[in-house]
Design a protein around this ligand. Structure first.
Ligand SMILES: C[S@@+](CC[C@H](N)C(=O)[O-])C[C@H]1O[C@@H](n2cnc3c(N)ncnc32)[C@H](O)[C@@H]1O
Length: 218
């Protein structure tokens, strides 16, 4: 299964017109429900006022705006992304912000963080990476977290596409082909193999989307 896909199958590096209007497209394709959904998902992250949060593939920074509402002066967020149009929007949003830093980095490459963050968040990125890179990202998240910290993955849940309603099957025809591979994998088992434990789950959109939180043992 792992050798079926190569990096060229990935569509998760959003560029061009789609990138420049990414937030608008997300609202459009979810029938206007995205703002409510993402507000609830960020609430479910259970961010504490003094938390330090690393957002892997932070996109336009839309989620960081919501996270910031839970942070005090002591909290901070670092957002990493590789897409120039996505980065431009995030950099504009947080120019001179005292508690938010946006950096251009590939999240599957070694990251310069060790035991530094209370939370590592990744939203709708992991499904679009090849399995080898997913494991590298999970490893990076583990290293970046403080002991007792939480890795929060907001993405598609596991489900059987063949038994899903036609609308879901249609949506997956337009999705990155790697998304179909992702929903067939047991993410909790993968995280457990990488030493994470104590999971909690929040579900959205009839259970097709999940926030999976996993602890780095204290
Ligand atoms: C589908 S968007 C999601 C953006 C954001 N997390 C959100 O939920 O709104 C995927 C993002 O991941 C970024 N990305 C994809 N592959 C990446 C990589 N290897 N390293 C860093 N960022 C990456 C893309 O540039 C894009 O901004």
């Amino acid at each position: 299964m792992d050798s079926t896909y190569t990096r060229s199958d990935s569509k998760v590096e959003v560029t061009g017109f789609e990138a420049r209007h990414y937030d608008f497209f997300m609202n459009l394709i979810t029938g206007g429900t995205y703002p409510l959904f993402i507000r609830q998902a960020v609430k479910d992250m259970r961010i504490q006022p003094a938390d330090s949060v690393l957002d892997l593939g932070s996109g336009t920074g839309r989620n960081i705006i919501l996270m910031n509402k839970y942070l005090s002066e002591e909290g901070r967020v670092v957002g990493l992304d590789i897409g120039s149009e996505m980065l431009e929007q995030a950099l504009r949003r947080f120019a001179n912000h005292p508690r938010v830093a946006i950096e251009k980095r590939r999240i599957e490459e070694p990251l310069p963080y060790q035991d530094e963050f209370n939370k590592v968040f990744i939203s709708f990125v992991l499904h679009g990476l090849i399995q080898e890179d997913r494991l590298k990202v999970i490893d990076n998240a583990y290293r970046a977290l403080k002991p007792g910290g939480e890795f929060l993955i907001l993405d598609y849940n596991e489900f059987d596409l063949r038994r899903s309603p036609w609308l879901v099957r249609f949506a997956f025809k337009l999705e990155c082909p790697l998304a179909t591979d992702f929903i067939g994998r047991n993410l909790q088992a993968i995280l457990r193999e990488q030493s994470f434990d104590r999971f909690r789950v929040h579900k959205y959109y009839f259970g097709y989307v999940r926030l999976l939180a996993a602890h780095k043992p204290a």
